[in-house]
Structure formats: structure tokens, C-alpha cells
Design a protein. Sequence first.
Length: 532
Amino acid sequence: MAGASGPYDALIVGGGHNGLVCASYLAAGGLRVCVVEKRAVVGGAAVTEEFHPGFRNSTASYTVSLLNPKVIRDLRLAHHGLRIVERPFANFLPLPDGRSIKVGGSVEATQREIAKFSKRDAERLPEYYARLEVVADVLRGLLLETPPNVGGGVAEIFNAWKAGRRLNRLPLAAKRDVLDLFTVSAAEWLERWFESDPIKACFGFDAVVGNFASPHSPGSAYVLLHHVFGEVNGKKGSWGHAIGGMGAITQAMRLEAESRGVEIRTGMGVARILVRGGRAAGAQLEDGREIAARCVVSNAHPRLLLDLLGDEGGDWRETFSHYQSESATFRMNVALSELPQFSSLPAHDLQPHHRSGIIMAPSLAFMDRAFSSARELGWSREPIVEMLIPSTVDGTLAPPGQHVASLFCQHFRYALPAGRTWDEEREHAADAVIDQVNRFAPNFRASILGRRSLSPLDLEREFGLVGGDIFHGKLTLNQLFSARPALGSANYRMPVRGVFLCGSGAHPGGGVTGVPGHNAAREVLRDLRRRS
């Protein structure tokens, strides 16, 4: 074919972290693999870039916990320089009345913090953790499994039996917890356990991260659970900073992929997937060139397959067009002349709480108001904000004595009402975020040297996150496991033969995990070996 290159065994569309993971496993399986990435750098949303002269930070994805230990080992990420530093404790929650609460470090330390608000809640904490961990352990066991594919025949019946057996081993109380955590609201779940607002806010925050919902919305308890799966350096439920930012993860992945012979091409967008004889045959780039391949593996958002497979019809198109994608998140990086000084825990010098996740959302009621405000006005004027200050553990990100902060903010809708646009509203929203932080740390606004803001529309434009959704699709019951991204397409095989999905729109969903890429590679290898 004119202007063609290849042929490759597998062509990966999108050089995000899952694409790099998938490529590495395919190359280890003996395939000739090519990755094409539209941006000038691989990594997708997990990249580190300069946003103000002398200041670098993770641009979109910003914290480590869900990256799977097997992926870390298999891809030799530590060998390629990846180092992850744990937070001293998970979260610090400053309160408007001048008090604060710290969660993490140890159960005993957290109990002492909670006891300042409720002795009963402090006593309940170990059992809460234990019950949640039983469910999380079962679901961790399903992460690296291919979900049973509805309508897939005898082989899928066996897969369904394996998955069901894991759940059936649980005692009845744990089975009830599984059902509840998939269906009830985070507020309902937490109110069964705790009476004090601060501890419910600390735990409830995870239920609204990347989830445009109130903590009172049915199903929001699962999003809370999704964030419990992770671990850092072998410690379950821990969170950490990647030294060098999130780009250190994907650059280590790139080194491993290239060491296995993967060819990586940047600055190349894919216009469409080529299909011949009902099967994927490669891809046409935006500049018209074609790349031949035995199969195409998409790391893109599932809805983008509607464009990439534009000439291919079928009832799958309607299903994929209804795939829900909106996390309502707003992302900011700020360059700071000094550390934030919190009214509830004042300190001019570096303290452990500066190294934690700092949550500015003091109650579930506050989170519910933020959601209601955004639903009506497009974005909350008093938003939910989490701040991390990675320069407190990584001196490569900012000049000496200065800092960078990541601000991850909920609830900011992709589509604004009354004809308003994000290009007009972006900086107004950024000002509201800064106002919110300044309520808790009064020196914050004056310390800002520079900032970069990414609205939901910017996240879509820059990283291909349709609807600005950081998870490549909502984590709702109708878009999980055998229904992710749709019933009949849960086993990483898409409706057109030879087309696979390896991104976060596939099981087990979003976050920098590497798991969809790992699992998709296994299915690609199975199919190509059968054909051979």
C-alpha cells in the first residue's frame, strides 16, 4: 500500500501508561509492536512538564497508589529509576473552626485523631477497616482477571464461575457488604459506622473523586472502594509521590518497552483504524500514511472507537455512543514562593501534613452542596479541593525554598449551561479554587508565582479524555466488570475482529494502574497464537 509501513503484529493507538504496559507485555510474548502517540511525549495523562519557569509538576494525574505491584515488577520500573515515596499519613483535613484531623500512618494514630471528635468512632475504626479490607481483597483478586463476557459462549461460562467462586467463599456478612458497596451511597455506608462529620468527610472524599455525584448518590460507595485497592511499596491502602512526578512512571515504562524492541512514534495522531475483510489491518495516520498490523490495540477512550471505526456499522455503535463519561474535575498546578500556612495547624517550616493529601471539604453536607451547585450553575463556587505539595519530598520540581502544588478539584461540569464556554470561564473557576484554599491557608493566594489550569474541556483536548473524564468513563454499576465498556465487549475484544481495548475504559477502570494494559496483552496474545 502506498505510504505504508510495517507490517507489525500489533499497533498500539495511544502512548499512555496502559498502552506502554500492553506494548511491553506483547513484545515479551514475541510480537513486533509499534506504539503511535499524538502528543510529542508518551505518558498520556501521566506526564511531568514545566508549567512555569523553573517549576515542574505532574500535569494531570498526580498521585500514586493504584499502580499494580505485578506491573511494577514485570516491567522493572525500579530498575529504570522509578522511586515512590510514601506519604507520612494519607490525608489532612483542616476545618473551618480551626480544628483539623489527620488520617493514616497507623490505625492507632488515626484513632487518636478521631477520638478528638468521637470516642465511639475511634473504637469503631478497626472494624471498619477490617470489613472494608475483606471486600477490597476479593476485588483485588479480580483486577488481573478478564471479566466474563456476556454472550461469549462456553469459555465465558467458566470465567463467570471463577469470578463467582471468589465471591461465594465470603461469609454472608461480607457478601452483604459487597452488595451494599456496589449499590448504596457513600453517605449511607459511612453513617452506619461513624457519627462525627470530620471522619465521614475524610473517608467520603474518595467517593466523589472523579465522580460527578453527591456522597448521597446511590452507587457512590463503590468509588470509595475503588480508591482502597491500591498500595505503595507493599503497604495496602497507602499513597505516595513518584520522584520526578508521574512522568517518571511512564518514562520508566518507555525504557522497558524500548528495551524489549517496541517501536515508539510520537507526534503521530491516528485518523482511523483500517479494516479489511472484516478484520483490523492497521491504521491510517492523520497525515495520510498507513501502518499495517495484524491487530490494533486502542488505548483511547472507548467512545473514540466510533470515530476510529467510522466505516464499520453494527448495533454496538449505539451502545458505545451512550457510554457515560464525565468526572467533572478541574486540575491546577501552582508555583509557590512558600509553603501554605494552615490556620488549623500553623507552621512556617515543613511539617508532615504538608506531605499528605490536604482535603478542603469539611463535611459530606459540604460535598453535597458542591454537587448541587455544579449541577445547576456548571461549576461549584465553593469547590471540593485536594492539594498535594510534591516538592516537599522532591527537590527536582521547584527552585530551592519554593514549591509546587497540585490542586485536584471537584465539581466542574464538562458542558456549561446558558451557552457559556470553558475558554471564557476557566480563570474564573481557577480563582474560585484559590479562594477555597485561601479560606484554610490565608497566605496561599499571596504566595502564588504562577499557575496552569486545565478545565474538563482542556483535559479532553489535550489528553483525549472524552468529557474530561479522568477514568475513561464513569465507575457506575452499568459500566463495571462485565459491562465495561459494554456488555459483550468486556474481554478487551472490541466489536470488530482484531481490535482490542487496553485503556482505562476497560476493566478494572481508571487510575494509573497498568492493569487494563496487562490484561489486554494477555488476550491479544491468546488470539494471535490461535491464528498462527
